[in-house]
Design a protein around this ligand. Structure first.
Ligand code: DP6
Length: 423
């Protein structure tokens, strides 16, 4: 597996080789008790990644583009289990009795998924095959609320390993970003859009994961955005807090079985370019149209594959249609989108807060939505943060979550957004 990854991603082989050389020089030394931390945001795709290139590891069939959800975060601590053994002619001895990898999620011991163990072993391959890692991770948002935990989770794991290895000593800024984005992508495709490091708050909220012209590789970068769109707000409507029956990874393999997938892909890369242009011009109207048509098309593909996936259920469709009704009545700048789940996301300009409040009032008057919740986060904390200052050290130790996320009933949400509009 690791060899296949290095064959398809030669830049990762070069970086791994650098780490082996550092170990040979005695500059990289790991042993039990060494720890690294990171926190990473989730993201919501406005142009969706749906389908992977066959025969290639985690290369999407189309470019995607997302809004970083800075307040929805995973906080992760990685610690070393075992120690480095003497090298054999400049190579790491692969031990018969390698220590065990282990996982703790939201303060509960959890079996480490085989996919995650293979992933961690691949990252260590070549320079640290003799140690294992312990992963402790806490999310500040509920599982199955419609916010991708794998995006935040894998980006935070990769970030915490970068901190553990103190990679800044060996890589320049560009190599560092490549290492973070590429390994995150290999963990979970959408995680690459959560792996952009931001040292200050000036960075853009938008990230693109682009399929390159050669069709066999991709790149991730922060996108420039017009000032008009630099302060977008976001919330998610939790209609169904149950685990979804078919996850994204399985869903990607079904995409090609829908006749609509080819039609959908024919819209790219023009749609991708138009969306980038809308961001540059600060054109919310186009961003809204492009986002919503993209979500509709992805769900059409999902619903028409050999095993139909109907994530958009009746309540989701009804909530979206009420949202569109209010939006059209007051011409507010707000848009909806939906990932592989039943819980719609809403993105809006700050001045659309009153319309959002009206929307939640309308939902609140319909008994069908009585159990619904709204999650809304501060937009201040954004990208991937490494090290103690990421907050992960204290969160993992005490499980005390930072107060950046609000969970509200519909009525509370209606009041919250009305109040926000007056501030
Ligand atoms: C619908 O990134 O979760 O959210 O690469 O198999 O881990 P894997 O899939 P994942 O797929 C995300 C699908 C999506 C759209 C998107 O986020 O672009």
């Amino acid at each position: 597996m690791s060899e296949m990854i290095f064959e398809q991603n030669p830049e990762l082989r070069v970086l791994s080789e650098k780490l082996l050389q550092a170990r040979i020089r005695g500059e990289l030394l790991l042993q039990s008790g060494d720890v690294g931390w990171a926190s990473a945001p989730s993201n919501i795709a406005l142009l969706k990644y749906w389908g992977k290139k066959s025969g290639l590891k985690q290369i999407p069939v189309n470019s995607s583009l997302s809004l970083t959800l800075g307040a929805f975060r995973a906080f992760t601590q990685i610690s070393v289990v075992g120690r480095f053994f003497p090298l054999n002619e400049g190579r790491v001895n692969v031990l018969l009795e390698r220590p065990h990898f282990s996982l703790e999620l939201n303060q509960n011991a959890a079996p480490m998924p085989a996919k995650m163990e293979i992933f961690l072993k691949s990252i260590l391959h070549g320079f640290a095959d003799d140690i294992a890692l312990r992963v402790e991770s806490v999310n500040n948002f509920p599982t199955a609320c419609g916010v991708a935990s794998s995006a935040a989770g894998y980006a935070a794991i990769v970030g915490a390993i970068a901190d553990l290895l103190n990679l800044q000593r060996f890589f320049n800024a560009c190599e560092m970003q490549t290492w973070l984005c590429e390994w995150s992508r290999l963990g979970s495709g959408s995680a690459t859009r959560s792996a952009i490091s931001q040292s200050d708050s000036k960075g853009s909220q938008f990230v693109a994961w682009e399929l390159l012209d050669n069709g066999v590789s991709s790149s991730t970068q922060e996108l420039p955005v017009h000032n008009n769109l630099s302060q977008l707000c976001h919330c998610v409507l939790v209609l169904d807090a149950g685990e979804k029956s078919v996850g994204s990874s399985e869903g990607h393999t079904l995409a090609q079985t829908s006749l609509f997938q080819e039609l959908r892909l024919a819209q790219y890369p023009a749609r991708f370019l138009r969306t980038r242009e809308a961001l540059l011009k600060g054109d919310f109207q186009s961003l809204q149209e492009l986002t919503e048509i993209d979500a509709f098309e992805m769900h059409a593909v999902m619903a028409t594959g050999s095993c139909p996936l109907n994530y958009m259920n009746r309540d989701t469709a009804s909530a979206i249609s009420k949202f569109v009704e209010i939006r059209n009545k007051v011409s507010a700048k707000m848009l909806w989108t939906l990932d592989a789940g039943a819980n719609p996301h809403f993105v809006f300009m700050p001045e659309a807060s009153v319309a959002m409040s009206q929307f939640f009032q309308l939902l609140n008057s319909d008994s069908r939505f009585s159990g619904a919740k709204v999650l809304s986060g501060e937009t201040s904390s954004k990208g991937l943060h490494l090290g103690e200052k990421s907050g992960a050290k204290s969160v993992v130790a005490s499980s005390k979550l930072p107060d950046v996320l609000k969970e509200m009933s519909l009525l509370q949400a209606a009041q919250f957004f009305l109040k926000g509009s007056k501030e």
